[in-house]
Write a protein that binds this ligand. Structure first.
Ligand code: FAD
Length: 268
């Protein structure tokens, strides 16, 4: 429809606080290929309105540049909306503080979903988990407790998914922006620049710790099982076809990925 869009991103690369460099840079290019004017390391300073109170432009912090526009979408993060509890006896921090049973400090008062903050984070998870499926799991857990079967909140292995224009993203287990101490990354990217995977694994034992997959759909239940079984990266790559979740007749990339893994190990 030929509507110019400018996308301001504070970070030096898209979502680079979560995604490893190769993936984040691929998404930068994909956004630009969709004719979005992506401005990295750029902050919004001001939104300017016309005499009727309607937006007419924005000002960029770093350069003072004014960009005319008639619509601004702001997605600068979420925080629990709990001000109404500040004068109550319920303990809060950024969110409503809960234990593993999702209980607050007050009997029969519970908190679940985006507003709940675990007093101690579970594994590598954040104390506040603002994703829909953890909200659902907390709801299922608490329903058991309320119905007389007191249950601890145990979300299992981390997973998540999203979509960046045409590129689907899934993550299972933990892949950090840079490998954690004692770990390594194996990264494969297709020449078409819309598909890649990154696997984090332990350098000593080769234990598979997590995968990010872009542009290739994979099966949650299979990775969940491999994480529980503490499989090695070698096992995972050997059986990667079992995790493929693409429709029939889609191209598959397991062989490319397996040979890239062998080459990277030989040249490492
Ligand atoms: C733009 C965006 C994209 C997202 N994408 C994803 C995604 O791809 N994958 C994913 O897993 N998650 C995603 N999320 C997160 C997901 O939407 C939330 O984790 C989920 O909606 C949380 O559910 P909830 O019931 O805890 O809170 P909410 O859905 O926020 O519901 C809270 C409700 O409480 C109401 N409320 C607040 N204060 C009061 C009050 N004082 N009295 C009465 N009612 C009140 C609110 O109006 C609201 O209806 C996204 C969120 C946003 C904003």
């Amino acid at each position: 429809r030929n509507i110019p869009v400018t996308f301001l991103v504070r970070e030096s690369s898209f979502w680079n606080g979560v995604l490893p460099k190769g993936e984040s840079e691929m998404i930068n290019r994909h956004i630009k290929n969709h004719h979005i004017d992506l401005r990295l390391s750029t902050n919004l300073k001001e939104i300017i309105s016309d005499e009727k109170g309607k937006v007419k432009s924005i000002i960029i912090e770093e350069t003072g540049e004014e960009i005319t526009c008639d619509f601004v979408g702001l997605t600068a993060g979420v925080s629990p909306n709990i001000d109404f509890l500040k004068n109550s006896d319920i303990e809060t921090n950024r969110g409503v503080l809960v234990n593993r049973y999702l209980e607050t400090n007050i009997k029969d008062v519970f908190a679940i979903g985006d507003c709940a903050e675990q007093r101690e984070a579970i594994g590598n998870r954040r104390p506040i988990e603002a994703v829909w499926y953890t909200g659902r799991m907390m709801g299922e857990t608490l329903a058991q407790t309320i119905c007389g079967n007191k249950l601890e909140y145990k979300p299992g292995h981390w997973f998540n998914s999203a979509k960046f224009f045409d590129i689907e993203y899934q993550t299972y287990g933990w892949v950090f922006t840079k490998p954690k101490e004692g770990n390594q990354h194996f990264h494969w990217k297709h020449n078409d620049d819309t598909k890649c995977i990154t696997i984090e694994f332990n350098s000593d034992t080769n234990q598979f710790l997590g995968i990010n997959t872009f542009g290739i759909r994979m099966r949650h239940d299979v990775f969940d099982k491999w994480l529980t079984e503490k499989r090695t990266i070698d096992y995972v790559l050997e059986h990667l076809a079992d995790a493929n979740f693409e429709p029939e007749f889609y191209k598959t990339f397991e062989k490319d990925i397996q040979s890239a893994y062998k080459n990277q190990l030989q040249t490492a």
